[in-house]
Design a protein around this ligand. Sequence first.
Ligand code: CU
Length: 135
Amino acid sequence: MRTRLPRVLAAVALALSLVFLPGPAPSSPAPVRRYQITMKFWKATVAGVSTIAVTNLPADAFAYEGETVEFVVRNESPIPEGFAIDAFGIKEVLQPKQAKTVRVRNVRAGAYTIYCHLHPMSVHYTGTLLVAPRR
Ligand SMILES: [Cu+2]
């Protein structure tokens, strides 16, 4: 008598593979958050002293952990300016009118200061990159 066992085993194997094989890997890469930042310059009075002030507009950026953050930074100050985020090892120098793209991949949760490392903070406004944890 011919046995049906091979066919039954094949059917069981197929059923098990449909149940237990992992689904397709997520195909979409982590989202990218883009911020266009302009370093703006104007005359200001700090503690009674006439000086210049520089800030990043917008000053602040937001992302969720694991995302990629991309800053397109343009320097509208008449002198070289810095764009630094210590926690990610970023220390870029931008000449007047120069633009640079700075990418931070797979950001960790936390709050990070964005600042100019070339000049005292008293003539700059710092910004914050806020990275929220995923729930
Ligand atoms: Cu500066």
